[in-house]
Design a protein around this ligand. Structure first.
Ligand SMILES: C[S@@+](CC[C@H](N)C(=O)[O-])C[C@H]1O[C@@H](n2cnc3c(N)ncnc32)[C@H](O)[C@@H]1O
Length: 163
Protein backbone atom coordinates (compact mmCIF):
# COMPACT_ATOMS: atom_id res chain seq x y z
CA UNK A 1 0.00 0.00 0.00
CA UNK A 2 2.87 2.39 0.83
CA UNK A 3 4.46 1.64 -2.56
CA UNK A 4 1.16 2.56 -4.28
CA UNK A 5 0.99 5.74 -2.20
CA UNK A 6 4.62 6.68 -2.96
CA UNK A 7 3.97 6.24 -6.68
CA UNK A 8 1.04 8.66 -6.45
CA UNK A 9 3.11 11.16 -4.45
CA UNK A 10 5.83 11.08 -7.12
CA UNK A 11 3.31 11.46 -9.93
CA UNK A 12 1.84 14.54 -8.27
CA UNK A 13 5.28 16.02 -7.51
CA UNK A 14 4.55 16.13 -3.76
CA UNK A 15 7.77 14.43 -2.55
CA UNK A 16 8.87 17.42 -0.53
CA UNK A 17 5.53 17.77 1.25
CA UNK A 18 4.63 14.16 1.99
CA UNK A 19 6.78 11.46 3.52
CA UNK A 20 5.94 7.81 4.16
CA UNK A 21 6.86 5.80 7.20
CA UNK A 22 5.99 2.20 7.96
CA UNK A 23 4.83 1.69 11.56
CA UNK A 24 3.24 -1.20 13.41
CA UNK A 25 -0.19 0.00 14.57
CA UNK A 26 0.09 -1.52 18.03
CA UNK A 27 3.51 0.01 18.53
CA UNK A 28 3.53 3.42 16.78
CA UNK A 29 6.43 5.67 17.60
CA UNK A 30 5.20 9.10 16.61
CA UNK A 31 5.64 11.99 19.01
CA UNK A 32 2.88 13.44 21.20
CA UNK A 33 0.82 16.24 19.59
CA UNK A 34 2.54 15.67 16.25
CA UNK A 35 -0.50 15.89 13.93
CA UNK A 36 -3.47 18.09 13.07
CA UNK A 37 -5.21 15.17 11.37
CA UNK A 38 -4.86 11.41 11.60
CA UNK A 39 -6.93 9.49 9.10
CA UNK A 40 -7.30 5.80 8.46
CA UNK A 41 -9.39 3.71 6.08
CA UNK A 42 -10.08 0.00 6.62
CA UNK A 43 -6.97 -0.49 8.73
CA UNK A 44 -7.69 0.06 12.44
CA UNK A 45 -9.99 -2.99 12.60
CA UNK A 46 -6.92 -5.21 12.16
CA UNK A 47 -5.97 -4.50 15.76
CA UNK A 48 -7.78 -6.63 18.33
CA UNK A 49 -7.09 -4.52 21.40
CA UNK A 50 -8.34 -1.16 20.15
CA UNK A 51 -8.49 1.09 23.19
CA UNK A 52 -4.68 1.42 23.73
CA UNK A 53 -4.38 2.30 20.03
CA UNK A 54 -7.14 4.97 20.21
CA UNK A 55 -5.52 6.39 23.35
CA UNK A 56 -2.20 6.61 21.51
CA UNK A 57 -3.82 8.27 18.47
CA UNK A 58 -5.42 10.80 20.84
CA UNK A 59 -2.00 11.64 22.30
CA UNK A 60 -0.49 12.01 18.82
CA UNK A 61 -3.04 14.72 17.90
CA UNK A 62 -2.66 18.42 18.60
CA UNK A 63 -5.42 20.10 20.60
CA UNK A 64 -8.38 20.59 18.23
CA UNK A 65 -6.93 17.93 15.91
CA UNK A 66 -9.11 15.31 14.26
CA UNK A 67 -9.08 11.55 14.07
CA UNK A 68 -10.91 10.36 10.95
CA UNK A 69 -11.81 6.69 10.72
CA UNK A 70 -13.36 5.06 7.64
CA UNK A 71 -14.43 1.52 8.43
CA UNK A 72 -16.96 -1.27 8.05
CA UNK A 73 -19.84 -0.80 10.50
CA UNK A 74 -19.97 -4.40 11.70
CA UNK A 75 -19.90 -5.77 15.21
CA UNK A 76 -17.71 -8.89 15.06
CA UNK A 77 -17.25 -9.10 18.81
CA UNK A 78 -18.52 -12.06 20.81
CA UNK A 79 -18.06 -15.81 20.74
CA UNK A 80 -17.04 -17.03 17.27
CA UNK A 81 -19.18 -20.14 17.87
CA UNK A 82 -22.34 -18.03 18.42
CA UNK A 83 -24.76 -18.62 15.47
CA UNK A 84 -26.50 -15.26 16.11
CA UNK A 85 -23.20 -13.43 15.71
CA UNK A 86 -22.56 -15.43 12.53
CA UNK A 87 -25.96 -14.48 11.05
CA UNK A 88 -25.40 -10.81 11.96
CA UNK A 89 -22.07 -10.83 10.13
CA UNK A 90 -23.47 -12.70 7.15
CA UNK A 91 -25.88 -9.79 6.55
CA UNK A 92 -22.81 -7.75 5.59
CA UNK A 93 -20.67 -10.50 4.08
CA UNK A 94 -23.32 -11.77 1.66
CA UNK A 95 -23.44 -8.29 0.08
CA UNK A 96 -19.62 -8.21 -0.19
CA UNK A 97 -19.51 -11.72 -1.71
CA UNK A 98 -22.18 -10.83 -4.23
CA UNK A 99 -20.50 -7.53 -5.20
CA UNK A 100 -17.12 -9.27 -5.61
CA UNK A 101 -18.70 -11.92 -7.84
CA UNK A 102 -20.54 -9.32 -9.89
CA UNK A 103 -17.65 -6.87 -10.29
CA UNK A 104 -14.51 -9.05 -10.13
CA UNK A 105 -15.63 -12.54 -11.11
CA UNK A 106 -14.49 -15.80 -9.51
CA UNK A 107 -11.00 -14.54 -8.52
CA UNK A 108 -12.38 -11.57 -6.58
CA UNK A 109 -15.09 -13.75 -5.06
CA UNK A 110 -12.49 -16.29 -3.86
CA UNK A 111 -10.40 -13.56 -2.23
CA UNK A 112 -13.45 -12.04 -0.56
CA UNK A 113 -14.67 -15.46 0.57
CA UNK A 114 -11.30 -16.20 2.25
CA UNK A 115 -11.36 -12.76 3.83
CA UNK A 116 -14.92 -13.32 5.05
CA UNK A 117 -13.77 -16.44 6.88
CA UNK A 118 -11.13 -14.34 8.66
CA UNK A 119 -13.84 -11.89 9.75
CA UNK A 120 -16.08 -14.70 11.00
CA UNK A 121 -13.25 -16.43 12.89
CA UNK A 122 -11.67 -13.15 14.11
CA UNK A 123 -8.46 -14.24 12.46
CA UNK A 124 -6.68 -10.89 11.92
CA UNK A 125 -9.98 -9.08 11.20
CA UNK A 126 -11.71 -7.59 14.26
CA UNK A 127 -14.47 -5.22 13.12
CA UNK A 128 -16.61 -3.32 15.58
CA UNK A 129 -19.69 -1.15 15.09
CA UNK A 130 -19.51 2.63 14.88
CA UNK A 131 -21.34 2.82 18.20
CA UNK A 132 -18.39 0.87 19.64
CA UNK A 133 -15.81 3.14 17.91
CA UNK A 134 -17.70 6.13 19.35
CA UNK A 135 -17.57 4.67 22.87
CA UNK A 136 -13.81 4.08 22.56
CA UNK A 137 -13.26 7.69 21.38
CA UNK A 138 -15.40 9.05 24.22
CA UNK A 139 -13.40 7.01 26.72
CA UNK A 140 -10.17 8.43 25.26
CA UNK A 141 -11.53 11.97 25.98
CA UNK A 142 -12.27 13.16 22.44
CA UNK A 143 -14.51 16.23 22.81
CA UNK A 144 -16.81 15.90 19.81
CA UNK A 145 -17.61 12.88 17.72
CA UNK A 146 -19.48 12.85 14.41
CA UNK A 147 -20.54 9.76 12.48
CA UNK A 148 -21.38 10.06 8.78
CA UNK A 149 -22.94 7.57 6.39
CA UNK A 150 -21.27 6.81 3.06
CA UNK A 151 -23.79 7.20 0.22
CA UNK A 152 -24.65 3.91 -1.53
CA UNK A 153 -22.55 1.85 0.95
CA UNK A 154 -24.84 1.04 3.83
CA UNK A 155 -22.16 -0.89 5.76
CA UNK A 156 -19.44 1.77 5.56
CA UNK A 157 -19.23 4.84 7.73
CA UNK A 158 -16.85 7.64 8.62
CA UNK A 159 -16.21 8.84 12.18
CA UNK A 160 -14.65 12.21 12.94
CA UNK A 161 -13.42 12.69 16.52
CA UNK A 162 -12.17 16.10 17.62
CA UNK A 163 -9.61 16.42 20.42
C1 LIG B 1 -7.57 -3.24 3.80
S1 LIG B 1 -5.99 -2.45 3.70
C2 LIG B 1 -6.48 -0.77 3.58
C3 LIG B 1 -5.44 0.06 2.93
C4 LIG B 1 -5.79 1.51 2.61
N1 LIG B 1 -5.85 2.30 3.83
C5 LIG B 1 -7.06 1.64 1.83
O1 LIG B 1 -8.05 2.19 2.33
O2 LIG B 1 -7.06 1.20 0.68
C6 LIG B 1 -5.40 -2.64 5.34
C7 LIG B 1 -4.00 -2.14 5.52
O3 LIG B 1 -3.68 -2.22 6.92
C8 LIG B 1 -2.33 -2.60 7.05
N2 LIG B 1 -2.17 -3.21 8.38
C9 LIG B 1 -2.79 -4.32 8.86
N3 LIG B 1 -2.40 -4.58 10.11
C10 LIG B 1 -1.50 -3.62 10.45
C11 LIG B 1 -0.72 -3.36 11.62
N4 LIG B 1 -0.81 -4.15 12.68
N5 LIG B 1 0.10 -2.28 11.62
C12 LIG B 1 0.18 -1.48 10.53
N6 LIG B 1 -0.53 -1.67 9.39
C13 LIG B 1 -1.35 -2.73 9.35
C14 LIG B 1 -2.14 -3.59 5.92
O4 LIG B 1 -0.77 -3.73 5.62
C15 LIG B 1 -2.93 -2.94 4.79
O5 LIG B 1 -2.13 -2.07 4.05
Amino acid sequence: MLAVFEKKINKLGLNEKISCRHEELSNMEFEKEAFHIISSTFTLHHIKDKYPMIEKLYKMLKSGGRLIIGEIDMDATGDVRDPKRFMRMMDYLKIEFSLALQEGGIDAFSRMYDNGKKHILNDGEYCISFKQWETLCQKASFKKIYIRAVPDFEWYKVLIAVK
